[in-house]
Ligand binder design. Structure first.
Ligand SMILES: Nc1ncnc2c1ncn2[C@@H]1O[C@H](COP(=O)(O)OP(=O)(O)O)[C@@H](O)[C@H]1O
Ligand SMILES: [Mg+2]
Length: 396
């Protein structure tokens, strides 16, 4: 092996800079320009890919090239443009990955200012739990809670909106058939249109949604037995024209009953999210939700602690109305991720009751930012479970 063969392109430039006498500015810069020109002349998309194969997606713990994330490499002299297709547009590590790519590309000779990276996301579809995916729907995520009134619907609606604000196509299925609240919070309770015996989902704030609340008058109770609930949830999954969706969020009723069973059995779930308040009684019930998902082989994406604390708008004093930190310690104890805490906030309640969710109406509000952070973590975890599932065969 000759000594030159050990030299990478960038080392070669450095070596030349070192060898040419400093006082001979003309020839030094001339030589450097020549070598750089030669270097870029010899640069190929393969070399770019080779450099990027050393960059890992920290969450998926695989390199970007193996994950088929590097696309559209274009080299124009010293200029380079390419697209990185992440597994979700809501990726929380977007800027970390972009920085790592730039480092890898400058190490092979490109100047930072000549690199243009288009960071996008493409939610991948795959069956999970050995089940085939629903046509057009990439990932289904169930939101559950042990007990009612902890803010599960509030979280579902705001997370859905936060995900759609990243550019994802999002649907919301209200699986709480006997206590449907999605239409109130989404601000439109009018019945949906029906086309060829299929329901066209309602749409507001960029979210497609379906709920029993738009099918029966608000003051009429739905008194149904298990098999009927099962039937209507299956219809919501298969007889609604959802179109192409990146995420379908399912707002489950509280507890671990028929609706949960139907959802877990009928469709592949990228994961389940558990919403809880921090006090002991709520946490006790949340443990049941965690165990239900575990029993049904549904990956648990994490625990959200809602109504964590209250900051008095007048004196700024914080009160832990429902105790403190219970969601996080329960998540730790159950060995599931803790996704974040949402305080009690008047704007959240008013937004929910008036059909103007805070994330849509006040996107700059700190709580909207919290919802966005939680949404990103959910999307990132769902990417991991989906990518991991790609290794497992799907039964046809
Ligand atoms: N973080 C919060 N701050 C203030 N009010 C909240 C918050 N989360 C939920 N609420 C309110 O609490 C009530 C119950 O929430 P909801 O989402 O319907 O709970 P669930 O679906 O678990 O029964 C609603 O009136 C809602 O607006
Ligand atoms: Mg609810």
């Amino acid at each position: 092996m000759t000594e030159e063969s050990h030299l990478t392109d960038s080392n070669y430039v450095r070596l030349l800079r070192h060898c040419v006498p400093r006082n001979d500015i003309l020839s030094s810069s001339f030589l450097q320009t020549l070598v750089l020109m030669l270097l870029f002349f010899l640069m190929t998309p393969e070399k770019v890919k080779q450099a990027l194969s050393k960059v890992n997606d920290p969450e998926l713990q695989k390199d970007l090239v193996s994950l088929n994330m590097v696309r559209d490499i274009k080299i124009d002299g010293e200029k380079l443009s390419l697209t990185i297709v992440l597994t979700t547009p809501a990726c929380p590590l977007k800027s970390v990955i972009e920085d790592d790519c730039i480092k890898a590309l400058t190490s092979i000779g490109f100047k930072k200012e000549n690199i243009k990276i288009n960071m996008t996301g493409e939610v991948r579809q795959h069956g999970i739990q050995g089940k085939e995916p629903l046509k057009g729907i990439n990932q289904i995520i169930a939101i559950s809670s042990g007990k009612g009134g902890v803010g599960k619907t509030t979280v579902s609606v705001n997370i859905a909106i936060a995900l759609s604000q990243t550019g994802a196509k999002v649907g919301l299925l209200d699986a709480d058939i006997t206590g449907p609240n999605i239409p109130i919070m989404m601000g439109d309770q009018e019945p949906p249109k029906v086309e060829n015996a299929k329901i066209i989902p309602k749409e507001n704030y960029g979210i497609k949604y379906i709920s029993m609340g738009v099918l029966v008058p608000a003051d009429k109770p739905v008194v149904w037995r298990g098999p009927m609930l099962d039937g209507v949830i299956r219809q919501f999954l298969r007889d609604v024209i959802w179109g192409e969706l990146d995420y379908l969020l399912v707002d489950l009723p509280p507890g671990t009953g028929d609706a949960q069973l139907t959802i877990c059995q009928a469709v592949p779930l990228a994961g389940g999210v558990i919403v809880t308040t921090p006090q002991d009684v709520a946490l006790l019930d949340s443990r049941k939700s965690v165990n239900m998902f575990k029993q049904m082989n549904v990956p648990i994406l994490g625990v959200v602690e809602n109504m964590s604390f209250f900051i008095c708008p007048k004196c700024n004093e914080r009160t832990d109305i429902f105790s403190h930190g219970g969601g996080e310690s329960a998540a730790k104890e159950l060995e599931v991720p803790f996704l974040g805490r949402i305080p009690i906030e008047l704007d959240v309640r008013i937004g929910g009751d008036s059909g103007k969710p805070i994330t849509a109406k006040k996107p700059e509000h700190p709580i909207s930012q919290t919802f966005k952070d939680i949404a990103s973590k959910i999307a990132a975890s769902a990417s991991v479970t989906t990518i991991n599932a790609i290794k497992t065969p799907v039964t046809k």
